[in-house]
Design a protein around this ligand. Structure first.
Ligand SMILES: [Zn+2]
Ligand SMILES: [Zn+2]
Length: 213
């Protein structure tokens, strides 16, 4: 998964990779292709509702900052697909975001500071959970410590939309968390999400269609 040269030895490079913070969703089998991998299902619709049922209690980020980071994480995928996301404050939404520690209501308990940062379920379950024992930060502040909420949210949203881990280094859907000051989807991420949902309809196309009618 980390594209390390196969040496058969537990060397320093391997140990270093094993210690890096990562996503809690398990990596798939060794026989997977060397590019994007999709889960067994996708959402049968393109307008998805979302809510944050539990905000971070330990972070210094305000609720507005947390919501904004998650919204940017959704938009990075919406930019390349027909997917649209609608925020709601109450009730059951398609995508449910929450922060929790250790046992937090599912079978996959969090491990405290470091290690697993977050996890998510594949469609159409829509659960995206963040480990609230991590130091959640935004932007440059996350360069040397903690975890950048927008980047981690964007990765987990990829799972919640139906993408599994990729072996392509530099892709958002690689399992290891890497800080970036300017997060962009890799062409592998874009190929994956467009394989599931297609490309974004261009405005111009629908305009001309309207004129011809
Ligand atoms: Zn992941
Ligand atoms: Zn969970």
């Amino acid at each position: 998964m980390a594209s390390l040269p196969v040496t058969g030895e537990l060397n320093q490079e391997t140990l270093h990779k094993m210690e890096q913070p990562r996503c809690g969703v398990a990596d798939i089998s060794e026989n997977s292709p060397l590019n994007f991998v999709t889960g067994p299902r996708k959402w049968p619709k393109t307008l998805l509702t979302w809510r944050i049922s539990t905000y971070s209690k330990t972070s210094k980020l305000t609720e507005f900052q947390q919501r904004d980071a998650i919204e940017r994480g959704l938009n990075i995928w919406a930019k390349h697909t027909p997917l649209r996301f609608q925020y709601q404050t109450l009730g059951r939404a398609d995508l449910n975001f929450k922060f929790g520690v250790r046992y937090h209501g599912d079978s996959d308990k969090f491990d405290g500071d470091g290690g697993v940062l977050a996890h998510a379920t594949l469609p159409t379950d829509g659960e995206i959970h963040f480990d609230d024992e991590e130091m959640w930060l935004l932007g440059q502040e996350a360069q040397s410590k903690g975890a950048e909420l927008y980047i981690v949210a964007a990765h987990e949203i990829g799972h919640a939309l139906g993408l599994d881990h990729t072996k392509v280094q530099g892709a958002l859907m690689a399992p290891m968390y890497v800080y970036s000051s300017n997060l962009q989807l890799h062409s592998d991420d874009i190929s994956g999400i467009q394989f599931l949902y297609g490309k974004r309809f261009s405005r111009r196309k629908s305009f001309w269609w309207f004129l011809r009618k």
